[in-house]
Write a protein that binds this ligand. Structure first.
Ligand SMILES: *Cc1c(COP(=O)(O)O)cnc(C)c1O
Length: 402
């Protein structure tokens, strides 16, 4: 890319872990005149979204759709189910885990924070041990992130549910799936999650602007006793109006057109195929990183994320300088290092509307930028990724599935 030019040709490589590139089909689906959000046409659209989105969370219970970014749905999860002074058990998986904990403090909750080195997911054994000590059931909720976007480490909500049950503890389980929903397999009902928090602009390929709370019966019962102050975020009024396809205030109408389309697209591809595609692109990325001789922040394969890989640069190499060079020369954006790992890692998002060639393009931009930025590395990352993708493509099961 010529730096003295005011136009960049071709598509920008938006490899941040959300917002993710929006498919043209979703853009077109949203290109609609504004309609009356109290009228019959809107109710049809809302019902399509409210029903359809349940299949993405894998729940038979209601899913609430807020016109907000994901952070709003974090707040809604806490203020609908808990009361000021309640203890919540949270896990320091990384920057987003820390932000949710800080929010809990602001809302008058008492988070207990299990610390970690930002290189693994939430450890179910530590959670179980802490719950067993809590003989008086002071802990009202366990909150974890399915995918910690700042580190590229997942947690396993099904295991955490088993840990809570093994300790015979009544705490609610709340899971943030903002950067994993519709990309990594998730099962709200089967895993016994009480509140699942989701967002629009990552795996769902939508513009920022809607967020979700999937709820269990136990969460709805807890909501009846919650004393936290809430108005906009209150579930009750929302659920009452949603029954007929309406909202208590103006919904994000045009994003809902996009949401209905995104749900159709995910089912046309098949959710299992969507998950397998994300697994494949994550593995191709990790193979490239290893070939370059660089280190992946997530240190245990059990916690590898299929939506984002955080890559460490050698001591003395600043990842913000590296990202700047990559953007200037190849028009590619990576996620920056957040919080404790700022300047130490850059993050490749490989989620949403991505295929084998777009991930290879992103990796090629990375390998070239490593050279331009003078980062010591070995060649051959792209070759390693291509070899893996070719091997995967020649498996008969994949050809049959797609
Ligand atoms: C992006 C993200 C958030 C914050 O969502 P916003 O839409 O930016 O408010 C919270 N948690 C995780 C895991 C995220 O990836």
């Amino acid at each position: 890319m010529a730096t003295n030019s005011s136009r960049t040709a071709g598509r920008h490589f938006l490899q941040i872990p959300g917002p993710t590139p929006m498919p043209d089909r979703i853009l077109r689906a949203m290109d609609m005149p504004i309609i009356d959000h109290r009228g019959p046409e809107f109710a049809k659209l809302a019902k399509r979204c409210l029903e359809g989105v349940k299949t993405i969370f894998k729940t038979a219970n209601p899913v609430i759709i807020f016109p907000s970014s994901g952070t709003g749905a974090w707040e809604a999860a806490l203020v609908n189910t808990l009361s000021p002074g309640d203890t919540v058990l949270m896990f320091e998986t990384g920057h987003f885990g820390t932000l949710w904990k800080n929010m809990a403090v602001k809302l008058g909750l008492k988070p207990e924070f299990i610390e970690s080195d930002w290189r693994t997911g939430a450890d179910a054994k530590q959670i179980e041990a802490r719950l067993r000590e809590d003989k008086e059931n002071k802990i009202k909720a366990v909150c974890v992130l399915h995918n910690e976007t700042s580190t590229g480490c997942i947690s396993h909500p099904g295991e955490i549910r088993k840990a809570i049950d093994a300790a015979s503890h009544p705490a609610l389980l709340m899971v943030d799936t903002i950067s994993s929903l519709a990309s990594i397999d998730y099962r709200h009902d089967e895993w016994g999650v009480d509140v699942t928090v989701g967002g629009a602009q990552k795996g769902l390929m939508l513009p920022p602007g809607v967020s979700f709370n999937a709820v269990s019966d136990k969460a709805l019962a807890a909501a009846k006793n919650s004393k936290s102050v809430k108005s906009f975020w209150g579930w009750e009024e929302m659920l009452n109006l949603n029954r007929n396809g309406f909202f208590p205030y103006t919904p994000a109408t045009n994003i809902l057109y996009g949401l209905a389309e995104a749900i159709d697209m995910l089912h046309e591809e098949g959710l299992d195929n969507v998950f397998a595609r994300h697994d494949r692109h994550a593995e191709a990325t990790r193979r490239a990183v290893r070939a370059w001789g660089l280190e992946i922040l997530c240190k245990d394969p059990k916690y590898y994320s299929s939506t984002i890989t955080a890559i460490m640069l050698p001591e003395g190499k600043d990842t913000d300088a590296f990202r700047k060079i990559a953007l200037e020369h190849f028009d590619i954006s990576y996620g920056m290092g957040l919080g404790k790992v700022q300047g130490k890692v850059f993050r490749i998002g490989h989620l949403g509307d991505t295929n084998d060639l777009t991930i290879l393009g992103a990796l090629a931009g990375t390998e070239m930028s490593l050279s331009l930025a003078g980062v010591p590395h070995k060649k051959g990352g792209i070759q390693a990724a291509m070899d893996y993708l070719v091997a995967e493509a020649s498996q008969p099961s994949r050809a049959a599935a797609e």
